[in-house]
Design a protein around this ligand. Structure first.
Ligand SMILES: [Ca+2]
Ligand SMILES: [Ca+2]
Length: 89
């Protein structure tokens, strides 16, 4: 029973997750350069700390690009969304 439920959840959640990730990127990217700085990401996720940011920043350039952001969302490492993010849901 449980594996079936998990599979259903993945099927239902995947398209919505991808769309929401793009919407979140756009909302958080306040300077509009297409990537998120620590400050921009922290606006949406107040729990964010430097160690988590470094973990999310896979290529180590100090900025979160859309693929890194989407991966972070899927791995659920961003912590609790703040008010900005909660308003989008
Ligand atoms: Ca930006
Ligand atoms: Ca990066």
């Amino acid at each position: 029973m449980k594996p079936i439920l998990t599979a259903m959840f993945v099927l239902l959640a995947a398209p919505a997750l991808a769309q929401t990730a793009a919407q979140e990127m756009e909302a958080l990217d306040t300077d509009g350069d297409g990537v998120l700085s620590f400050f921009e990401l922290e606006m949406g996720y107040p729990d964010l700390d430097a160690a988590t940011f470094d973990r999310i920043d896979l290529n180590g350039d100090g900025l979160i690009d859309p693929s890194e952001f989407e991966a972070a969302r899927e791995q659920d490492v961003l912590g609790t969304p703040g008010e900005t993010e909660a308003a989008l849901r």
